[in-house]
Ligand binder design. Structure first.
Ligand SMILES: [Zn+2]
Ligand SMILES: [Zn+2]
Length: 147
């Protein structure tokens, strides 16, 4: 399916094609650090379908546990992570960060990778009390503290 998306500040915009059945979660420690979160949810693009429509991405070259170099892109203004990919020329697959995809509500993860390094609480997240929007007081924070 055709998808599009971009970063938080609007500088980066892209379009691509992706199969929602390929959505997955990665619990590896690199994804935890690079996303600043407990895990990362991603969708690989169809090979050769990714097109940057606006902006210029900053690239951070990460070395994977396998020894392979893995370019990680993000917006130079707001820091939103956009994709990881392989080194070399197109056509290639771009693994998009699902939170940047406008149609993300139509993507449900089908697999969890690197579960051995998953945070211990992720399987029980439904038991954590919920508040529909920002509360007046966040736990341990001040009034109006937004994540
Ligand atoms: Zn941005
Ligand atoms: Zn990972």
């Amino acid at each position: 399916m055709k998808i599009d998306g971009g970063c938080h500040c609007g500088y980066i915009a892209y379009e691509a094609e992706a199969d929602p059945a390929k959505t997955y979660i990665c619990h590896c420690t690199d994804c935890q650090t690079l996303s600043g979160s407990a895990f990362r949810t991603v969708i690989p693009t169809r090979e050769g379908s990714f097109r940057l429509r606006s902006g210029e991405l900053k690239i951070y070259l990460k070395t994977a546990e396998s020894g392979a170099a893995r370019p990680q892109s993000f917006c130079p203004n707001c820091g939103t992570p956009i994709y990881s990919t392989t080194v070399g020329e197109d056509p290639k697959v771009y693994v998009l960060r699902l939170g940047t995809v406008r149609q993300r509500g139509q993507f449900t993860p089908k697999l969890q990778l690197w579960s051995r390094s998953a945070q211990h609480w992720v399987n029980d997240i439904s038991s954590v009390p919920r508040i529909e929007k920002q509360p007046a007081f966040t736990p341990g924070g001040a009034v109006g503290d937004k994540p």
